[in-house]
Design a protein around this ligand. Structure first.
Ligand code: ACO
Length: 427
């Protein structure tokens, strides 16, 4: 196989090296394209563009494979816990017991949030969407933790990482408590990372906190499934913002905003709202399938389709099974689960969906579990953000350690040519 790709334009040939990843993926390195051929590539939505070489997450959308640092997502979801996975993603290897204990100990040391932050939270109307609040609070953290990260120093980098991992769950919990008019509190250091988060979110004043172990296990699994997904919209945003050497917190805050949209992480909220809408309309899934296929109708089947997966999203398979287990285990009956299963069955047999390779994605069933766990609909995407935090950190760290240049795409200008300026009186 040739290790060069040749571009021919107006009788001239240009050669570009082809690089191969460890899983056999091929990429044409066009670094010299503009300087040699005087042209650029145009790739709306970056559907064919690799922005970096990365050793964090491998996914093969055609075969429905997802691996973090070489470990199958199915294995990690079943056998690891969220903090182990966070360590793996960020530092590249699974931690031993000592490393894990130190990691969690350091995170706990950094879990206090400046009291002044409460004033900022107070300034938001209660109706504010939790994702907007979370993005703002994360950005505001910068003000209370001054000093930029010296990325040349592993110690400095580590400090910034444990800080955000310590403070973020508190911000998530406060966002939820503000929404539910509950007093802002702190957690309990004797609990694990996910149980502590749950306690901070749901503990009621004067009531003993108690939670079923299966709830924590289900939540832990969901967070693992969301922990990274290579160069998606929010991870690319974190990398892009960080590439200007903006700090970790500012970069993560931008990632939260990117995640919020219904075409990305916001889909989990949109799915439940869609399923509820179908239920309220009488439960006719066929009618909504027709709407989804109608190009004159803006309705899309939320939770279906993916930029990369052209096969089952492996996370959706795990979550579907988990949804059944959680609902059965907690004795929750949710009629929208049946509507979701009905929609999935119809879509998988429908020509429109089959031809376009549209399968359920991670968000199709996650909202049903979140709801069964007592998490309010508007907090679904916030839970996704918490799950994705290690991935964002890992992507940011890799980008900075590799000294990636500032992200700055080019464009093909299609506007007006030079025009003569006329004063307002002559227009
Ligand atoms: N319902 C109906 N039709 C769809 C859907 C859907 N959910 N998704 C894609 N299509 C159709 C498109 O209309 C298009 O049809 P066409 O070829 O006739 O024009 C074709 O399938 C390809 O779709 P694109 O939008 O071009 O695919 P793209 O890769 O740009 O978008 C996306 C992927 C945004 C995920 C899309 O499938 C979608 O909007 N899904 C619903 C939202 C969703 O669930 N988002 C969560 C994604 S997972 C995550 O971010 C965690």
């Amino acid at each position: 196989m040739s290790d060069k790709a040749i571009l021919e334009y107006q009788g001239k040939k240009y050669e570009f090296p082809v690089i191969e990843g460890t899983e056999g993926e091929l990429g044409i390195n066009i670094k010299t394209l503009r300087s040699e051929a005087g042209m650029i590539t145009l790739d709306r939505g970056y559907k064919n563009t690799g922005s970096c070489e990365s050793a964090i997450t491998f996914l093969n959308g055609e075969e429905g494979i997802l691996r973090y640092r070489g470990y199958a997502i199915e294995d990690l979801a079943e056998k690891a816990d969220f903090l182990e996975v966070a360590y793996l993603l960020i530092f590249g290897e699974l931690p031993n017991k000592q490393q894990l204990d130190k990691f969690y100990g350091d995170i706990k040391e950094e879990s206090e949030v400046d009291e002044e932050m409460k004033k900022i939270l107070d300034g938001f109307p209660k109706a504010a969407h939790p994702m907007g609040v979370l993005a703002s609070l994360t950005s505001a953290l910068t003000a209370f933790n001054p000093g930029s990260v010296d990325v040349e120093s592993e110690e400095d980098m580590y400090k910034a990482i444990v800080k955000i991992l310590g403070k973020f769950p508190v911000l998530v919990a406060w966002t939820q408590r503000k929404k539910s008019s509950l007093p802002l509190n702190y957690g309990d250091d004797s609990l694990g990372y996910v149980e502590n988060l749950h306690k901070m979110m749901f503990e009621k004043p004067g009531k003993k906190y108690n939670v079923d172990k299966s709830v924590i296990e289900a939540l832990d699994k969901l967070l693992i499934l969301h922990a990274d997904h290579e160069q998606n919209c929010s991870a690319s945003t974190v990398r892009m913002v960080g590439s200007s050497h903006a700090g970790l917190f500012a970069s993560i805050s931008a990632g939260i905003s990117a995640l919020w949209g219904p075409l990305h992480g916001g889909a989990n909220q949109a799915v439940i709202e869609m399923l509820e809408g179908i239920k309220a309309d009488g439960g006719d899934t066929h009618k909504f399938m027709q709407k989804a296929k109608d190009k004159d109708d803006s309705f899309r089947l939320m939770g279906f389709g993916h930029r990369v997966y052209k096969n089952f999203d492996p996370r959706a398979k795990i979550i579907k099974k988990s949804a059944d287990e959680v609902l059965n285990g907690l004795g929750v009956e949710d009629p929208v689960l049946d509507i979701a299963k009905g929609l999935e069955k119809e879509a998988l047999e429908d020509d429109y969906f089959v031809k376009r390779k549209l399968y359920p994605n991670v968000d199709f069933y996650s909202g049903i579990i979140y709801r069964a766990l007592g998490i309010p609909v508007e907090m679904f995407t916030v839970m996704f953000a918490l799950g994705r935090l290690p991935g964002w950190i890992a992507q940011w760290r890799e980008m900075r350690l590799k000294k990636e240049p500032i992200g700055r795409p080019r464009q093909i200008y299609v506007g007006e040519n030079l025009r003569e300026f006329k004063p307002v009186s002559e227009r």
